[in-house]
Ligand binder design. Sequence first.
Ligand code: 3PG
Ligand code: MG
Length: 398
Amino acid sequence: MTCKTLDDLDLAGRRVLVRVDINVPVQGGRVSDDTRIRAVVPTVRDILARGGRPILLAHFGRPKGRVVAELSLAVTLPALAAALAVPVRFAADCVGAAAEAAAAALPAGEVLLCENTRFHAGEEANDPAFGQALARLGEAYVNDAFSAAHRAHASTEGLARLLPAAAGRLMQAELAALAGALTDPQRPVIAVIGGAKVSTKLALLGNLIARVEQIIIGGGMANTFLAAQGIDVGKSLCEHDLAGTAREIMVRAQAAGCELVLPRDVVVAREFRAGAASAVVAADACPPDAMILDTGPASVEDIKARFAAARTVVWNGPLGAFEIEPFNAATDAAARAAADLTEAGRLLTVAGGGDTVAALNASGAAARFSYVSTAGGAFLEWLEGKTLPGVAALEAAA
Ligand code: 3PG
Ligand code: MG
């Protein structure tokens, strides 16, 4: 199934409700990372270029249906105006007479940002009456919030059924990148799955086993798999209660012809702190009073060789405790190798979800990947093979 795009909508002179995800980090009253703000610029500028009047709808944080002053989207205005390079007006509510008046009065060439949709309980409830109230602000709906598409909320799902609807440019780019990585990829495909816990990645592993040739497992997750094979992982982060589940995944992977790649060597330390004395040992030789904090150098060489023989890599999660040096070494080295192959035109690399972008950015590698998703939870749910309600609603409207 496919969605309509901006090319399919007649936008001239129309007020266009644009669902964006500008749920950005803020520090000291200022946007500290404007990645998501910059990501919606092509869509908003395209709507302006077509003579449309963009009215931005977005959430910020989790106010749970109440007005929470600290979660006002007003904080994003300077960054938005700077990124868009056009005047951005603000409506202090996203529904009601004042919002409708602000939308009606929006001059050509300017943008209106409406206050946090989650200040209303109807947003998360996907309440039809609230959806209708939003719909009164515009004549068309563009969803550019892939990273909120796993939510079936009024502004992410309901509006697609109430107005002529299309995907924005960022939504299009995300969907194309994800399709290239898993739906219709060049093979072999390698998934790199890291992070602390197997328990949060069970559905994802179950889906990927049927879709990729190899899964490289790193981070705390790998310890659970090592322990499930009877290996003593000392004081490592490990979900011992998931040993049976891990063994089941290994059996299913083998049956599906998917190779699960665990570390063959690991970096161990006795303390979890930056610069802690560390040593490289075989994966089955973690001292009882030590913990595994990174994938080892021999494993990294093996990962690089696997990348060199692959065509597609989809990456979620770090290979080690990347937040503290030197336990970012495996993540950095493997990410750089993937980026080099990408630049050489030999590999398609797609990354996203949770801490992944921060982990891959430390070495500057993420910027050289084929595509880095703006999504956290939505990327994970997509890797799990779930239908994203925001995308499904656009497809149904097409
Ligand atoms: C995100 O930041 O992951 C998205 O904006 C979704 O936010 P949510 O998890 O609060 O729905
Ligand atoms: Mg989230």
